[in-house]
Design a protein around this ligand. Sequence first.
Ligand code: E4P
Length: 218
Amino acid sequence: MRIFLDTANSDEIRTAVASGVLGGVTTNPSILARENQPFADSLQHIAHIIGDNREMLVEVLATETDDMVREARELSALTNNVIIKIPMTPAGIAAAAILKTEGIKTAVTLIFSANQAVLAANAGATYVAPFVGRLDDITSDGVGLVEHIRHMFDIQGVDTQILAASVRSPQSVHDLFSVGCHVITMPASVFHAMYTHPLTTSGLEKFLSDAQNELVIA
Ligand code: E4P
């Protein structure tokens, strides 16, 4: 039930690291482009902030198997906790299978069906990343897909974990963990929203004001 942050923004990552509950960071080319820095600089910076005990997911830009494998080897030399994101294509699945033999961990990304998850698991991917929000956007059931993949992996004894991506609300986080999703990557706004409940806020205010009155009486 691990929490990853879906961002390349160093302030957001620093705050999440300080929370004590961050398991890792996911990036994609669009997320990295938002930071207006060379990708390599951003990645080095993120690696430095998250340290050795959290994972950083970085996507290859190549489209052919050999080029993906070459790029993955270079990226995995950046730090020892990089997971290589590989797009769900025939070339990507072949690359994931090669990288598995080299001990390089992969996350097959852009998963939109259970059969795609089957292919990724057979290639030895560490993670499959279904895009929950993008399915919901087209009135398809993102949480239902994760539940289905989890069921298949369980009855088949598959080690590959499900890392839900494209998550847009605290409700999705709740629903995804409830159906057995292993890891969820989410924007900082969703992560911070997980902390809040109006009864927590009002309850704490009352405790603090009662404590204040007690101090005044004493
Ligand atoms: C993971 O890094 C995915 O690429 C990301 O969650 C996609 O999110 P989006 O559908 O909001 O672009």
